[in-house]
Structures are given as structure tokens and as C-alpha cells.
Design a protein around this ligand. Structure first.
Ligand code: RFL
Length: 389
């Protein structure tokens, strides 16, 4: 069997690569380890930034991929219970950001890809990548009924996240990993409870908390906690009490909690994002701490750059965009890492005094004050939120 691109992983990155390649008339096969149901239910990110919305629009996919999804333009910061609304629109003409739960985006990307005749194979086990530095790499895998398959291709798109196999196919010493651990934990809770009016970030002495919409009757909440804390130590009652205190909202509506876990805020960049004919796309290449909502959006950016580069090569034999892939993507990755790092530090340092001393706490408060009072600072923030920089 033979194709132009084998895409490993059917998350936001892999499905976007697949759809954009099909739009360019480039054939590809997408291999996903999990079942379709599993992938369609995985809940994580929730905001598609302005740049990514316009990217789908430029590819003629905005209606199919984001149709009916509500738009977003305001973010609420609540500092010790006092509300400050910040625009995350940069005032430019055109489509703006959308509140789109990751699983909704994944479902719509899957539907679009399959409706266009895309080749998407679930339950592909034991994938191995071979001859990545040769002319025609080979991807081998096992089907659900145990059959062995082999696909030869011109390029492999490694879109299988931070724990996938693509990056492990790169020999030691080729990639440099730049890692940062904030030493902060977040308890994340999903509940069937009313969403906030605006996505809400709350700074308080008890620590950071956030409340984001995830559908008409669903909310995701975050509560800063020690990174090694045990989710079992957070009873429903303790979660709602902590949220009411930190959000400064004694009458916050509650509801059944459907998921709760604790994760560390960390960032990771692999440089370069390419090895031979393997291109790493999305979380396979980089993790960005969730504050600022950039992880999924970076995956969509990489996918766009990669698909255009492959199309250049297939259409005109022009390899320059493929050669520049890693450098171009890493430039944006570091820009978004910086934004996410800045926002992470600001919202955590400004609240809980035990994390840092009073000096840094006051610095963080000054940064927030500048954001709320200086139009130039607000505009710079909006530019970073939209991704249109
Ligand atoms: P994904 O989504 O991890 O998809 C990878 C796909 O590859 C499959 N796979 C394999 N397939 C075949 N063979 C193998 N060996 C495989 N190993 C894995 C997996 O089953 C899966 O289908 O990576 P992708 O596509 O790069 O997308 C990245 C985003 O998922 C990620 O950046 C975001 O979820 C990060 N993130 C957020 N990003 C935002 O932009 N805004 C947010 O608000 C936001 N909130 C979050 C987040 C991540 C979170 N987690 C994971 C801790 C909130 C949370 C809680």
C-alpha cells in the first residue's frame, strides 16, 4: 500500500492535517490507536483562537468545522472578588474566537474528513515508523483483527501527542527537549453546572481558580492545588466551597461532577520538530501550560504550516517550506510559551502569598493593574489572545 502522507493520531492536529491535505488534493491515511468513540469523547481544551478560526475560513472549512459554535470576545478577571472585563478581540475585521470544546472540534473534523472520502483507520495498534531518513518511509501497524499492514509514503506527520510513538522513533541526541515545571498543580473538575457569563479567571488569597464554559449546561473549573495533591482529597463539598470562596461568588450554581483530576502545569519544547521525513505536529512536539489556552491552537497552527508545505512540494516540487517547517513553527511556539508563562506566573503569584514572597506578589498585581488600566497593555494582551501577532 502507498500514499503521500501517513498521519499518526486523530486528535486536533492529525485531523486538521488530514482535512487540509485533502483540500489540497494530497492523499493521506490517518492512523489512530483508539476507537472513534474514545477520541470523540476526550474533553480538554475549549477555545479556538481568532487566528485558527480564520485559518479554517481560509481553507473553506469554517462553516463545517465551527458552524453553530458560539463566539467569544471577553474574558473576566476577578481579583479578590472584584470584576475586570478584558477584551480578547484586537479590533480587527473578520471572524473572531470561538468557544468550542475540544471534543466538539474533533467530532466535526472527523465528520468532515470522512464525508470528503478521507481514509481514517481507528484501533491501529503497534505502529512503527521505518526508514524515516530514506526516500520512502514505511509505516507498519496491526489492525483490530490482528492483521499486519504496511504503508509506504513520502512523509509521516507525527500527531500522536506527548505520549505517542512518533517522537520515540527519532534517535537519541537528535532532538533537544526544553522543559519547564511551574511546580503548580491544578485540580480540574468537569460538572453539569451553568457556564459563566464570560470565561473567568479568579485571583484570591486562597489561590487561583477558573470557570470556563464547556457547553450550554456544562462547565470546567480549575483550582490551584499542590502538584502532588490527591484528587480523592477533594470531595464535592470541598470543591464547591473552594470555588465559591476563590471566585468570590457565594451563590455559584453547582451540579453533578462528572470528572476530576489533578495535573502539573508544565511546558516542553522539542527542537527541531523534524527528523528526516517525519514532521512532529502539535503536542507531539510541544506542551504549553494551559493558562492562555494555546496548546490546541498551536497544534492547529503546526497543521496549517505542514499541510501548506506538503502541498507546495507535491504541486511544484518546492521543498523550501518543508525545510523551514520547524523554524517557522518554533518561532510561534516560543511566542506562545512566553505568553502562557507570563499569564501563569501573573495569576498565581498575584494571589497565594505562600508561593512567592510579597515582592513578587506585588509585581504580579502591578502587571494585572497595568492590564486593566493601560489601553496599550490591553491591546498587547488581546493580540496574544487572538494569535494574530
Ligand atoms: P492529542 O489531542 O493528544 O491527540 C493525539 C492523538 O494521537 C493518538 N495516539 C496514537 N495514535 C496511534 N498510535 C499511537 N501510538 C498513539 N498515541 C497516541 C491519541 O489517541 C490521540 O487521538 O494531541 P494534538 O492533536 O497535538 O492536540 C493537542 C491538544 O489536545 C492539547 O494541546 C490541548 O488539549 C491542551 N489543552 C488546552 N489547549 C488549549 O488550546 N486550550 C485549553 O483550554 C486547553 N486546556 C489542555 C487543556 C490539555 C489538558 N490536559 C491534557 C492536561 C486542559 C487539559 C486538562
Amino acid at each position: 500500500e502507498s500514499t503521500t502522507v501517513v498521519v499518526i493520531g486523530a486528535g486536533p492536529a492529525g485531523l486538521t492535517v488530514g482535512n487540509l491535505l485533502r483540500r489540497s488534493g494530497v492523499d493521506c491515511v490517518v492512523l489512530e490507536r483508539q476507537t472513534r468513540d474514545h477520541v470523540a469523547q476526550r474533553q480538554r481544551a475549549g477555545i479556538v483562537e481568532t487566528r485558527a478560526v480564520r485559518m479554517f475560513d481560509a481553507w473553506g472549512l469554517a462553516d463545517r468545522v465551527l458552524g453553530g459554535v458560539p463566539s467569544e470576545g471577553i474574558l473576566e478577571f476577578r481579583v479578590d472578588g472584584e470584576s475586570h472585563l478584558v477584551s480578547d478581540g484586537d479590533g480587527s475585521e473578520g471572524l473572531g474566537a470561538r468557544i468550542c470544546p475540544q471534543q466538539v472540534l474533533v467530532q466535526k473534523l472527523t465528520d468532515t474528513f470522512l464525508a470528503d472520502g478521507g481514509d481514517l483507520r481507528f484501533e491501529a495498534a503497534d505502529i512503527s515508523l521505518n526508514d524515516l531518513t530514506g526516500e520512502r518511509p514505511t509505516v507498519r501497524y496491526r489492525t483490530a483483527d490482528g492483521g499486519l499492514r504496511s504503508i509506504s509514503c513520502a512523509f509521516v506527520a507525527g500527531c500522536d501527542g506527548d505520549h505517542g510513538i512518533s517522537r520515540t522513533a527519532v534517535p537519541d541526541g537528535v532532538l533537544t527537549a526544553h522543559a519547564f515545571d511551574h511546580d503548580i498543580g491544578w485540580l480540574t473538575v468537569l460538572a453539569d453546572a451553568p457556564p459563566p457569563t464570560y470565561p473567568l479567571l479568579a485571583i484570591s488569597e486562597q489561590g487561583f481558580a477558573a470557570h470556563f464554559p464547556r457547553g450550554p449546561y456544562t462547565s470546567r473549573y480549575y483550582l490551584q492545588c499542590p502538584p502532588d495533591d490527591d484528587p480523592e482529597a477533594w470531595s464535592d463539598e470541598r470543591v464547591w466551597d473552594a470555588l465559591r470562596t476563590r471566585l468570590g461568588d457565594p451563590v455559584l450554581g453547582s451540579g453533578p461532577i462528572t470528572d476530576r483530576e489533578i495535573f502539573r502545569l508544565r511546558s516542553l519544547v522539542h527542537d527541531p520538530m523534524q527528523y528526516g521525513r517525519l514532521f512532529l505536529v502539535g503536542d507531539a512536539a510541544h506542551i504549553v501550560s494551559p493558562m492562555g489556552g494555546k496548546g490546541m491552537n498551536l497544534a492547529l497552527y503546526d497543521a496549517d504550516v505542514f499541510a501548506r508545505a506538503v502541498a507546495d512540494f507535491v504541486r511544484d516540487g518546492d521543498e523550501s517550506a518543508l525545510r523551514g517547517y520547524s523554524e517557522r513553527c518554533l518561532r510561534r511556539v516560543w511566542n506562545d510559551q512566553e505568553f502562557s508563562h507570563w499569564l501563569t506566573r501573573t495569576v498565581h503569584d498575584a494571589g497565594d502569598d505562600s508561593r512567592c514572597g510579597p515582592f513578587e506578589r506585588n509585581l504580579a498585581r502591578a502587571r494585572l493593574d497595568r492590564l486593566f488600566t493601560s489601553p496599550a497593555a490591553a491591546r498587547s494582551f488581546a493580540e496574544l489572545m487572538t494569535g494574530m501577532d
